[in-house]
Design a protein around this ligand. Structure first.
Ligand SMILES: Nc1ncnc2c1ncn2[C@@H]1O[C@H](COP(=O)(O)OP(=O)(O)OP(=O)(O)O)[C@@H](O)[C@H]1O
Ligand SMILES: [Mg+2]
Length: 261
């Protein structure tokens, strides 16, 4: 039985993410830190966008703004035609949980739950009515090489393992939008390649829109578009050189692809 992605509406041609003059100033009491300064961008449905920039350039802050996890000081974010600012806190949370899969730079796994528990609870709170698809979970854990680690709590996992659990947690709901902050930051080349391949495949086969933050130019090159950030601004944009090439091509599936729509 093929999987279906009820959330994705391919016939809709409007951008799925729009940011207008987005500005975030952190007020620490003593000083004000302008972390994001007047960023405007539009991400089309199904795009894979990488955001690259030096440490402190505002990448994570932009990630929090686009995901509705923090309020903009100025400007606005529109997801699927809905302005975050027009929503109540409860509505914004609902939209976020239903539509967006987050991979946090610091993983944010719940310490008292096992890896499996973390994935299951993310699925539960997403509001999906159908039961968690165990075959799909097996597929994700297999691709991410975490099968043997699912019974362990985060404190019993390496940084790279926690990162891969966080990725499985973000993808298990097959969200329309995947926001990933440094998803390969703690990984060796082999696991990093596996994660990138997974994200590309998920993007292509599920029609997801993917936004990946990285400071690794090699990782960024798999994206269809790369945005360069500096001092809170997007200063340049280019195409990813590997988008059409090697890593972007999904590995041939053995039998039916469990991801195929
Ligand atoms: N909660 C906060 N309060 C005050 N300043 C903050 C806060 N969070 C981030 N900043 C500042 O905002 C700027 C942008 O930080 P941000 O975390 O967005 O950068 P980044 O590009 O994600 O960096 P990295 O690559 O190190 O993760 C930095 O100068 C940082 O010190
Ligand atoms: Mg960051």
């Amino acid at each position: 039985m093929p999987f279906t992605i009820a959330n994705v509406q391919p016939e809709d041609t409007s951008p799925i993410i729009v940011a207008e003059n987005l500005t975030k100033v952190y007020d620490t009491g003593r000083i004000q830190v302008p972390a994001v300064r007047g960023v405007s961008l539009a991400v089309e449905r199904g795009e894979f966008v990488a955001i690259v920039g030096p440490s402190g350039s505002g990448k994570s802050t932009l990630f929090y703004l686009l995901g509705g996890l923090t309020r903009a000081t100025e400007g606005r974010v529109v997801i699927d035609g809905v302005d975050f600012a027009s929503l109540s806190d409860a509505e914004r949370t609902r939209l976020r949980k239903h539509r967006i899969g987050f991979v946090f730079q610091k993983f944010n796994l719940l310490p008292t739950l096992s890896a499996m528990g973390n994935i299951e609870i993310a699925y539960e709170v997403s509001g999906r009515t159908e039961p968690l698809d165990r075959v799909y979970l097996d597929h994700l854990s297999d691709m991410l090489s975490i099968q043997g680690r699912l019974k362990h709590r985060p404190s019993e996992l390496s940084g790279g393992e926690q990162q891969r659990v966080a990725i499985a947690r973000a993808l298990i709901t097959r969200p329309a939008i995947v926001l990933a902050d440094e998803p390969t930051g703690n990984l060796d080349t082999k696991n990093s390649d596996a994660v990138l391949r997974m994200l590309v495949r998920s993007n292509r086969e599920l029609g997801q829109t993917t936004l990946m933050i990285t400071h690794n130019p090699e990782a960024a090159s798999i994206a269809s578009r790369i945005l360069y950030m500096r001092d809170g601004e997007i200063v340049r944009e280019e195409k990813g050189s590997r988008w059409e090439a090697d890593l972007a091509v999904p590995e041939p599936a053995v039998g039916a692809s469990p991801m195929a729509v």
